[in-house]
Design a protein around this ligand. Structure first.
Ligand SMILES: [Zn+2]
Length: 301
């Protein structure tokens, strides 16, 4: 039976009430472990008799009794919240599994962990440490209802081939996967190919369902952005995903061979209008901290 909801409080009774005390069904008083006061059980008078609430013993109002009650309330709320978060995470993993496949990552990303990241320079040690810290405290990066937005909560990882930018991004993804957090870590090309597949008549999920997962998964990693030959469609699609995550303040990581100016050019289709490419890169800069494995710094733009 649910306590409180909808029941008229006029009908609320206590087991200490002389009308019911000592009756066979009336729970005996419970002695407060701190002050020795007698604590009574709440019940409801309904249809001519009293129904006593299970676990309805009132907490004591002595300081220790009140403190214990507040602790138990807080534990209860925390447990409920943890259950809610776990259920939400399960649903997110299920959505990714349905649209992308088991892990949300290609095979080649699964091998790239923090353990196999080479730290032969102080810079690489520092980059690894901050990426590990990011992964371990990832929930702080997620926007929460009623709290200020998390600010820059993603990374733009730049560097030429072989500098390990994909490795460090995939290591974050693997670390989150191990913690049960849903992640999508794919190349720009594979992300776009997955949407192209929805145009086939054999495909169950439609384009908007895939886009929705890209926009709402806790972490989206776009590897090698700017590598795909740009068309109006690729640019519009990438902008839609980045802007969707920007609007939701969702953490996003991109890796690219290009600096900001070159990336705008790389995303711009043959028709030549740079406006959308420019807006895409501006969004990324606003959402992401720069990590430079080598090459042009994003901060110099
Ligand atoms: Zn007490």
């Amino acid at each position: 039976m649910t306590r409180g909801t909808g029941s008229p409080t006029d009908n609320l009774v206590l087991s200490g009430d002389p009308r019911y005390a000592g009756l066979p069904d009336t729970p005996p008083p419970v002695t407060c472990e701190f002050c020795g006061a007698e604590r009574y059980t709440e019940g409801i008078f309904i249809l001519g008799h009293v129904m006593w609430y299970p676990n309805g013993v009132r907490h004591c109002t002595c300081p220790e009794g009140l403190a214990k009650h507040n602790r138990e309330q807080a534990d209860y709320e925390a447990k409920k919240e943890a259950e809610r978060v776990a259920e939400e995470e399960r649903k997110q993993r299920e959505r990714v599994r349905r649209v992308i496949g088991n892990s949300g990552m290609g095979e080649r990303f699964l091998q790239r962990t923090f353990g196999t990241f080479i730290t032969n320079t102080p810079d690489r040690k520092r980059i690894k440490a901050s990426a590990q810290d990011y992964a371990e405290n990832f929930t702080q990066q997620l926007p929460k209802r009623g709290e200020p937005l998390p600010g820059r909560n993603g990374f733009i990882i730049t560097g030429t081939k072989g500098t390990g930018k994909t490795h460090i991004a995939a290591a974050i993804a693997n670390s989150l996967l191990n913690r049960g957090t849903a992640v999508i870590c794919m190349t720009e090309r594979d992300l776009l190919d997955r949407i192209r597949r929805t145009y086939s008549r054999y495909e169950q999920d439609d384009e908007s369902a895939v886009l929705e997962v890209y926009k709402t998964v806790p972490l989206l990693i776009v590897d090698d952005i700017g590598k795909e030959r740009p068309t109006e469609w690729t640019l519009a699609t990438i902008y839609s995903v980045i802007d969707g995550r920007y609007e939701r303040a969702m953490p996003t990581i991109v890796t690219t061979n290009y600096g900001a100016t070159d990336l705008v050019k790389r995303l711009t289709p043959m028709s030549g209008d740079e406006t959308t490419a420019d807006a895409t890169v501006d969004r990324l800069i606003e959402m992401c901290e720069g990590i430079v494995m080598s090459g042009e710094s994003w901060r110099s733009r």
